[in-house]
Design a protein. Structure first.
Length: 325
């Protein structure tokens, strides 16, 4: 029996075409295209719901949370949900949904690196692949998945690694969960570490700062002055910072601002290995949280969800630490 799949549209390059005067811009044609896409009808019974039609840089954390609530609501009536999204913020939206969704049914994000006017456009193939994964029985209860370029990724692990290539989405630490082949969907592994944050609200007062050589404390000061409840710092290497930032970090900690270190490197974990002043070991002893293998932007979203649920920085710290690999 054919599965019933809802495709929720949010916009992005997959719903855009080239205008001679403007460049690549949104169009209103994508929903109609999906409703008449013959290959989809051979895979599942399809309904289409347009949540938004925006470039993905316009997406906000609150819009992501609202989308997650819609997915939970709509999932009651369908066997699976596919969301089309712009690639620029897809990994963030997919991850916030990964944290807060309560449905065990398959939820699959997909997108396109090329617009509907480009040669070799990848959108239609990605949509077919995503729907096929949403119909597969092994896709249930795996958290939110991302299907791009015939690969299946966990929203926790996937990143956009290139600005334009169709194979831009990769899981850099461990590789994809599986593949979408012409004859069947093949799962090769699963993620073992999944800690959801079931909440119906978020607190967006969380900042992200990237560490660079010679930086000073101005961004830390600005975040504290503007009322940030937590600051994620993409630190160097295993989780190290210049020693002259220590007074700025201590001032933030003294005001009960959580400081979480991730790495600006693309793979690997932050660890308390280096004992010099500003090294990860000394920073952890100060009270800075080392964020394991999390990417900075995803640590930021997790803190937003935790503060939305608990408000109390002591509880947020406790539950954040429990989720770190």
């Amino acid at each position: 029996m054919a599965k019933n799949i809802l495709i929720i549209l949010t916009g992005g390059t997959i719903a855009m075409k080239t205008s001679d005067q403007l460049g690549i811009v949104p169009t209103n044609e994508f929903a109609d295209f999906l409703k008449t896409f013959p290959q989809l009808a051979s895979v599942a019974n399809i309904d289409v719901y347009e949540y938004s039609n925006i470039p993905s840089p316009y997406m906000t954390p609150q819009m992501m949370l609202d989308l997650a609530k819609l997915i939970d609501l709509k999932a009651v009536d369908y066997d699976g949900i596919v969301i089309t999204h712009g690639t620029d913020t897809l990994e963030e939206t997919a991850y916030l949904c990964y944290l807060v969704l309560t449905t065990p049914k398959p939820v699959i994000f997909t997108a396109a690196m090329r617009s509907g006017s480009d040669l070799g456009l990848d959108g239609p193939r990605n949509i077919i692949g995503a729907v096929r994964v949403a119909c597969h029985p092994d896709s249930a209860d795996k958290g939110v998945l991302v299907v791009m370029n015939d690969e299946i990724h966990s929203a926790r692990e996937v990143v956009k690694s290139d600005t334009g290539r169709i194979d831009a989405f990769v899981s850099m630490n461990f590789g994809p969960l599986g593949i979408v082949d012409p004859d069947r969907v093949v799962y090769q592994r699963q993620t073992l570490h999944r800690v959801p944050v079931w909440t119906d609200r978020i607190d967006t007062n969380v900042d992200l700062i990237k560490a660079v050589a010679g930086m000073d404390g101005r961004y830390i000061h600005c975040s504290v002055e503007k009322g940030a409840k937590a600051i994620v710092i993409e630190a160097m290497g295993r989780g190290n910072l210049p020693d002259y930032l220590i007074p700025d970090l201590q001032a933030a900690l003294d005001k009960n601002v959580l400081i979480v270190l991730t790495s600006r490197a693309y793979t690997g974990r932050v660890l308390p290995e280096y004992g010099y002043r500003g090294g990860g070991k000394q920073l952890q002893e100060m009270g800075v949280i080392l964020g394991g293998d999390m990417q900075g932007m995803k640590a930021r979203l997790k803190l937003m969800a935790l503060f939305g649920k608990y408000q109390d920085p002591v509880l947020v710290r406790k539950f954040f630490l429990e989720s770190i690999i």
